[in-house]
Design a protein around this ligand. Structure first.
Ligand SMILES: [Zn+2]
Length: 318
């Protein structure tokens, strides 16, 4: 049951829509593959693992084919933390550390990213297909003393659904639980406010939170999702969906790196070639290296100039 996300809905015991959605994710091999590429200090890894788990929990409800990108812009020893999760729950992640600060094992979340209170939390929704819209980014100040608290703060400020998260990561797992309060009527026209249904829904939500709050970090890390679900919510009637697989995947390709070089411009590329004898690019997410020598670069710009030439010729004819 490794590396799966489990979705479930709480039943309010009547004909009303489900008032609460739940998700549990457990990542082992996905987390190992991210971790082994980045030898970060322990407190940074814990924070990264929690954000990786959270990214899958939020991506699981994306309504478009694209990526959810979470960024923590820190003002402490961690400068930037990026986690990108696609709608198919493939994920990649990276961290930029400031080079001149050491990180002790007991460094807190606040010390790492919000030491002067200037940390920021950003979520970008990036549709792969631009016909589904432009990328959207929301940025809020970092609040709270954990990844979960920062995310809950983001959700509150961006007026999203009431959401609570329980996250944990260690050397082996990056796991998480999400509970989200759903709008009862969907907010559509002609919906009638039913105070009884509202009260029942609120009761289910409060109960779900109370049970989830009994969850110990160790339990979240070590118990498999179906067992955890039963253990926490055994008194509830749950509708449980088939588990969805999660995996590590980096979307970098030689073609994308080439496109990036072309966008830098021929002059800058030529200058680097003259200075270094070749161009070496490391993907910061997966560490894969891409090398371009003088011939490769000449080809890049020959192709791109030809394409530009064709495009210009084409435009001139119209
Ligand atoms: Zn890569």
């Amino acid at each position: 049951m490794s590396d799966t996300l489990h979705k479930f809905l709480f039943d309010a015991g009547s004909s009303t829509r489900s008032p609460v959605r739940g998700e549990i994710v457990s990542l082992a091999s996905t987390w190992q593959q991210i971790k082994e590429r980045h030898p970060y200090p322990e407190p940074v890894l814990r924070m990264l693992g929690e954000l990786v788990a959270a990214s899958t929990l939020l991506s699981a409800n994306l309504k478009f084919n694209g990526a959810l990108i979470m960024q923590i812009h820190g003002d402490g020893p961690v400068r930037l933390l990026v986690v990108e999760c696609n709608a198919d729950l493939t994920v990649r992640a990276t961290v930029k550390l400031s080079s001149d600060e050491t990180i002790a094992d007991d460094t807190t979340f606040t010390d790492l990213v919000n030491a002067r209170g200037e940390g920021r939390f950003a979520i970008t929704l990036d549709p792969r297909d631009r016909s589904q819209g432009q990328p959207y980014q929301g940025i809020v100040p970092l609040e709270g003393e954990s990844v979960a608290a920062a995310l809950e703060g983001y959700m509150r400020r961006s007026e999203q659904l009431d959401t609570q998260l329980w996250l944990a990561a260690d050397g082996e797992h990056a796991n998480g639980l999400l509970l989200q309060k759903l709008p009862l009527d969907g907010g559509g026209p002609g919906t009638v406010f039913d105070p009884d249904a509202e009260a029942r829904a609120e009761e289910v939500w409060e109960r779900a939170i109370t049970f989830a709050d009994t969850l110990e970090r160790d339990e979240l890390l070590k118990v498999d999702p179906p067992t955890l679900m039963r253990r926490l919510f055994w008194e509830e009637t749950l509708a449980v969906y088939d588990p969805v697989p999660c995996a590590f995947r980096c979307s970098c390709t030689r073609q994308r790196v080439a496109a990036m070089l072309v966008s830098l411009g021929e002059r800058e590329v030529d200058e680097t070639l003259a200075e270094m004898g070749g161009i070496h690019v490391d993907c910061e997410f997966c560490n894969r290296s891409y090398d371009f020598d003088t011939v490769d670069c000449a080809q890049l710009f020959a192709t791109s100039n030809t394409l530009d030439g064709l495009r210009t010729a084409h435009q001139q004819r119209h």
